[in-house]
Design a protein around this ligand. Structure first.
Ligand code: FAD
Length: 437
């Protein structure tokens, strides 16, 4: 069996085979089409922030680490500097805005009543549920730049050694949770084998570790799937290889994949790490489904109404397909039990994740930093969606209490899920290569 990758996934009621068939046969092709559209291909990011944790002089000088920044002219009109972002007024949006205004007035009206005290309680609960999991780049910073994700694909860059090891080490050793005597119930006490990094951890802490490990697997699968290979004949780029000037091309490198994931190279950890990819996939899939009511009211503005309507239509198709997948991650099993303890744990979870987003500014290769930031931001957005209670898409509450996502959050969330989907698709190719090799 391919890397022993089969059967059930722990902490959720789903198996590898169901996800493979759903992803590769249904949602992946749709996502590829969606992510090629202007709204999703341009991501605004600051790649020049200093590492907040340690002095870092390990800037990657390899040509494949470089990122091409977009000039103003190539951007769609609606994303250029100084362009006022307008909405296309649909009937439902018009109605929503009128309704929001009325709601805001009514909250003001009740300031001195008992209802206002109740509203205050709700308000603080709301504030708690709107917690952001990401240290965001400030949109107004001068160093924010648009990057065309299609022209800067995530692939092998040659970034290796102490710099990435320090990042991964710092994430796992300083930000993932350590086993402590926990009073919280372990929802699946029998799933964790002795010696595993999950031993002794409650569900929430296991989820934290597994989403990080799944993301790590995805990044490493991408670099195996788009590795630098020698090219035959006249195809490929001319560049300096280890054997002098030659032609190269990008493609899957089975040897690299085996080195990182096969049981012969890394033991049972390889399978566990691949299963963590499926786990984080399920979590982000659920976040997309949960965010669907919010997307319904978005116009995906780029300044070209025809294109924006098509993008909206395509996203709705993706969400329809996503909704039909029967085994969704269940966020309601998390942060349960004693409310005080659950709240403390949620805050701890949020702070640890927040740190991970800041560590992305320490990645010493620009291309890896770009994709690292986008994917961690997407994962943080998924967590925000999952833990925002039931306010998503609700228009019967005052505007300033409604759930909100920025364009960057939407782009990051959908692209991050697209990356996981592509990794799972790439596993199919590696499986075929292994059978024929
Ligand atoms: P690493 O992947 O560096 O792993 C370090 C250690 O972590 C391993 O020895 C193992 O003990 C453990 N480990 C490995 N995988 C997992 C897992 N899934 N779960 C739990 N533990 C694990 N390189 C590129 O070529 N292109 C990229 O786009 C790219 N993006 C990156 C983005 C970020 C944010 C970071 C930190 C690194 C990125 N890298 C990228 C580098 C890449 O991830 C590896 O660090 C590098 O290839 C060196 O690999 P390695 O075999 O030494 O092990």
């Amino acid at each position: 069996c391919f890397c022993n990758l089969k059967g059930g996934l722990d902490d959720c009621s789903c198996d590898v085979e169901s996800i493979d068939s759903f992803n590769n046969g249904k949602i992946h092709p749709l996502l590829e089409e969606l992510l090629g559209r202007n709204y999703f291909r341009y991501f605004k990011v600051n790649l020049n922030k200093d590492c907040p944790f340690w002095y870092d002089d390990s800037k990657c000088a390899l040509k494949d680490c470089a990122v091409d920044i977009c000039t103003e002219e190539v951007l769609p009109e609606g994303m250029r500097n100084g362009h006022e972002v307008k909405k296309y007024m649909t009937d439902s949006l018009q109605e929503k805005e009128e309704c929001d205004e009325m709601m805001e007035l009514s909250t003001v009206d009740t300031t001195l009543s008992q209802e206002s005290k109740d509203a205050f309680v709700e308000w603080t609960e709301y504030d708690d549920s709107q917690l952001s999991f990401c240290a965001m780049d400030d949109e107004d910073e001068n160093d924010m730049q648009y990057v065309d994700l299609l022209l800067n694909p995530e692939r092998y860059t040659g970034y290796k050694g102490e710099s990435p090891h320090r990042i991964w080490r710092s994430i796992y050793e300083e930000n993932c949770f350590k086993p402590v005597q926990s009073t919280r119930p372990s929802y699946s006490p029998n799933i964790v084998s002795k010696g595993s990094p999950l031993e002794g951890l409650c569900l929430e802490k296991r989820v934290f570790y597994r989403v990080i490990s799944g993301l790590h697997s995805s990044i490493n699968i991408h670099l195996c799937a788009r590795h630098l290979l020698p090219a035959d004949g006249h195809h490929g780029d001319v560049c300096l290889t280890r054997d002098g000037w030659g032609r190269t091309k990008w493609g899957p490198k089975l040897e690299e994949f085996r080195k990182r994931f096969s049981p012969e190279s890394v033991g049972p950890q390889g399978t566990t790490r691949l299963k963590n990819l499926y786990f984080v996939y399920l979590l982000e899939l659920r976040a997309l489904v949960k965010a669907a009511p919010y997307f319904l009211n978005q116009t995906f503005y780029t300044g070209d109404r025809g294109e924006d309507d098509e993008v909206r239509q395509l996203l709705m198709e993706v969400l329809d397909v996503a909704r039909q997948f029967p085994y969704q991650f269940d966020e309601n099993t998390m942060f349960q039990g004693d409310p005080k303890e659950a709240r403390r744990l949620k805050e701890e979870f949020r702070q640890h994740f927040w740190n991970v987003t800041r560590i992305m500014d320490c990645v010493g290769c620009d291309k890896c930093r770009l994709w690292g930031k986008l994917q961690v931001h997407g994962l943080g957005t998924a967590l925000k969606v999952l833990f925002s209670g039931d306010i998503i898409g609700r228009t019967d509450i005052p505007h300033n209490r409604q759930f909100h996502m920025t364009r960057r959050e939407i782009v990051a969330l959908v692209n991050a899920f697209g990356r996981l989907s592509k990794s799972i698709r790439a596993l199919e190719d590696f499986k075929n290569m292994m059978t024929t090799s």
